[in-house]
Design a protein around this ligand. Sequence first.
Ligand code: SF4
Length: 247
Amino acid sequence: MKPRDIALFFDRLAAERPAPKGELAFVDPYTLLVAVVLSAQATDVSVNKATDRLFKVASTPQAMLRLGVDGLIPYIQTIGLFRAKAKNVIRLSEILLAEHGGVVPPDRAMLETLPGVGRKTANVVLNIAFGEPTIAVDTHIFRIGNRTGLAPGKTPRAVEDKLEKVVPADRKLHAHHWLILHGRYVCKARRPDCPACAVKDLCGYRAKTPAATPAVSAGPPGAPGAAPRSSPGPRSARPAGRAPRRG
Ligand code: SF4
């Protein structure tokens, strides 16, 4: 995608959501970190349901340690991989207390030493809690980067590196949220809503979803308004994720 089109792409997403926000509930960097660790391969809605109860009894590393793994599990057992996540949350709380004075460090290298915290989680925490212009590539951003031609790449890291290069500097802080929300609600995996998309004229996806066609009268074949017997009907969208046109 050309630089001018990329600038327009983000202008349009910004116009749709001038103050984009993530959908995970949290109250401070620690609860954000816990929520993001719990959200791996789970929906924000399912995590918010669990943390709504959990954070009322444990919203600090000290309180989380008092719960312990066995005490934490009942709060999060509706979330996938809850046993491993419970161990990670308790262990990272121990490390925060032992090595960082009980606070979340605003430092990628330190964050990535915590159990359950990889590059994506560190990017989310750095962006949301500390206002750094990082772009955490999740499944939505990976799909949009490739599908539209904005930032093609075979791995999340390749897409992240490309986005780092092409996203205009003044759009980097919110790029992560704009792209995630666009992927979640418009450029969906199975059937992107291309007719309603604000960036459809800039997007390089060749198999854009067609606009719905008006209903055809169900009269007998040959009757006025009836579909001809041999009509192929509207072309259906090809599967999502098809290689985008690069440009
Ligand atoms: S036009 Fe379709 S494929 Fe392209 S960004 Fe919009 S919704 Fe996604």
